[in-house]
Design a protein around this ligand. Structure first.
Ligand code: KG4
Ligand code: ZN
Length: 340
């Protein structure tokens, strides 16, 4: 049996997992940094990197102990090297390189985006490729065609904000704290989703493009009017906030589903796999499920606990191992957002 240690440090979660080539997760560990970034309403890159530095070895140690494995049991070490915050990626990669070198085992470089889709493979415990992949996270909202797990073809995506980023920014306007996506979704449950007709950019235009920045601005105007605003003086009545949240969430989810269904038609793929933090959203899951029923699409959505960042989805490293795709010890990170 092949045993692989996977490491995740792309943004603000420090995580490690021990997985096998039979797709079993022997143990996993995750340290979230939400509390460190809350005061800033967003992830502060330097704080994130320094927290990774403190936590990475204890997190790896805990994953190994939970798996009841020691370093000498490992056959490879895998790490997400793209995309993400530069200094956060560097901490994970430095740890992985050191282990690979010291243990004299192969190093595997994972793409975090494609790992999000692979979470569906792990949960299903059966092959899911070829498929269409939708990644909806805090930094990315993209569609990929996957003839195989390791050779994705970019089909389209957002031109500006990611869906999760829009959730977080609107949540900040609604004074819901950080990270705002889950809090906004909770508030939306008691709102009227038809109270506002927020814009859905590129709707019905036949392209696989999204844009969420105009929607964000429309929400701002609905909450506080146009022009220069002192947010501390803006009061938002509770039901009004819930109505804005529900209408915003509907606008995002509907356009996500419209373009995703279009992508299945353009590619002819009948299997759709969805991952990333926003895939935990209940309205999005429900809309995807009803669209899949109507369009006869086989739908797999990552289980909620594997939607947000984690190292378990790093099990895509198994595919790298099988294909003999290893990284050299001088490999660099590739930070930054993926944009067309
Ligand atoms: O995949 P992820 O953990 O990190 C990135 O790779 O970016 O995604 C985090 C994003 C955040 O924007 C967060 O607000 C959003 O996913 N999110 C949600 C929900 N849970 C997490 N957005 C909407 N509804 C949710 N239930
Ligand atoms: Zn992610």
């Amino acid at each position: 049996m092949i045993t692989i240690l996977t490491i995740e440090s792309t943004c603000d979660e420090t995580a490690a997992a021990v997985v096998t080539d039979t797709f079993q997760v022997l143990g996993a560990s995750l340290a979230t940094q939400a509390a460190l970034h809350r005061a800033f309403s967003g992830v502060v890159p330097e704080i994130a990197a320094r927290a990774h530095l403190e936590r990475i070895l204890p997190v790896i140690d805990q994953a190994l102990r939970r798996a009841d494995r020691s370093l000498s049991d490992l056959d490879a070490v895998a790490v997400a090297t793209t995309p993400g915050l530069a200094n956060s990626l560097l901490i994970g990669l430095s740890a992985a390189k050191s282990l690979a070198w010291a243990l004299d085992i192969p190093l595997i470089a994972i793409d975090h985006l494609h790992a999000h889709v692979f979470a569906c493979r792990l949960a299903a415990q059966r092959d899911i490729y070829p498929c269409l992949g939708l990644i909806v996270s805090g930094g990315h909202t993209h569609l990929y065609d996957y003839p195989t797990p390791l050779d994705p073809v970019y089909l389209g995506g957002t031109l500006d904000d990611a869906a999760g980023e829009a959730f977080d920014k609107v949540a900040t306007m609604l004074k819901l704290g950080f990270p705002g996506g889950p809090a906004l979704a909770r508030l939306a449950e008691r709102g009227n989703d038809r109270a506002f007709d927020f814009p859905q950019s590129f709707a019905g235009d036949g392209t696989l493009r999204w844009s969420f920045s105009g929607l964000k601005t429309a929400v701002r105007y609905a909450l506080a009017g146009q022009g220069k605003i002192d947010w501390s003086s803006v009061t938002i009545p509770d039901q009004f906030a819930a109505d804005v949240a529900a209408s915003f969430e509907r606008a995002v989810c509907e356009i996500l589903v419209e373009k995703t269904v279009l992508a299945t038609k353009l590619t002819g793929r009948t299997r759709l796999c969805v991952g990333g933090g926003v895939a935990a959203n209940r309205r999005l899951r429900a809309l995807l499920e009803s669209a899949a029923r109507e369009e006869a699409i086989e739908l797999l959505i990552a289980p909620p606990e594997l939607c947000t960042d984690n190292a378990v989805m790093g099990a895509i490293a198994i595919e790298h191992y099988r294909a003999g795709r290893f990284a050299a010890l001088d490999i660099d990170i590739h930070p930054g957002l993926v944009r067309p």
